[in-house]
Design a binder for this molecule. Sequence first.
Ligand code: FA5
Length: 345
Amino acid sequence: MGDSPMLEQSLAALESDALARIQAARSPEELEPVRIEVLGRKGNLAQVSKEMGRLPAEERAAVGKLLNAAKQALEEAIEVRKREFAQAALQARLEGEWLDLTLPPPGAPRGHLHPITQIQREIEELFVSLGFAVLDGPEVETEHHNFDALNIPPDHPARDLQDTFWLKDGHLLRTHTSPVQVRGMEKLGPPLRMIAPGRVFRNESVDASHEHTFYQLEGMMIDREVSVAHLTYFMKTMLTAIFRREVTVRLRPGYFPFVEPGFELDIRCLICGGAGCPVCKQSGWVEQLGCGLVHPNVLRLSGIDPEEWNGFAFGLGLTRLVMMRYAIDDIRLLQSGDLRFSHQF
Ligand code: FA5
């Protein structure tokens, strides 16, 4: 008997060892050296084939058959392993690219309300809860509504070209929200509780505290026997809500042709509590708004009998209020359109 049984045995061992190593390879890079070592031109099988040449011819055929079978089995195992690697790579790629088409789209980033709109809506909500209507009026006004009906005399400096934007047809850009008082009285009559927020225009040189275009909020209450005590109550309630804490108010005499008596209303400085600081210019008080009891002429001019009715009115600068609430030191920032600014609110 020749070498053939030994050769057959080592062939079988070689095959099962190679199969185990093919299975154990975890990547194409680990698999390739195994393939070369087993199936390569100078590999294990080539070695066996060489040794087979020394066998007697009658044994050679049987071993040759086994050798071919082993070669085929191993080649196949390598192919299978390669396909497994390719499949796994594809799977990993698909998982990385996975997209759930049923999810809602991410959408555009959401904006938010401008701080002036925010404060305006807060005040509106408060006054609506106190029984006031929110009225709107035109920005292009008549001289009658903006001045005459408000008891502003024809020679008043506010009517100057330097202060008012006049249109060629005799209309003007309203210089305050007070004309909406007039429209409210004309349209609704007494008793009346209304506020009117809106944009106003003045022919002013712009600086850190003055804009040519800014926002005001007007308020008016007409009833029987309205007093300064009513006015003070509503102003205190409003300012406490705006500044979100108890405020102390005081009235100083102030002149507006459409009110009598007229007042400037101050609040005790919220920064220093009244001790004196740069914000209140060491006075302990900060000016907030103009107000007063509606002048009898104004009532009369809108067809309301001042013997029967009276009322209070106030007007405040919404833009300035925003500046105070957020300690903004330049009014020009508010309408700059600069998103770095407005994103902060
Ligand atoms: C008036 O406009 C009156 N109509 C207010 C009023 C109504 C008084 C009802 C009495 C009764 P005045 O001109 O003071 O008043 O303006 C009111 C507020 O607007 C000021 O307190 C200030 O906060 C704001 N304001 C005035 N001018 C400017 C400006 N150029 N830029 C920004 N805010 C301004």
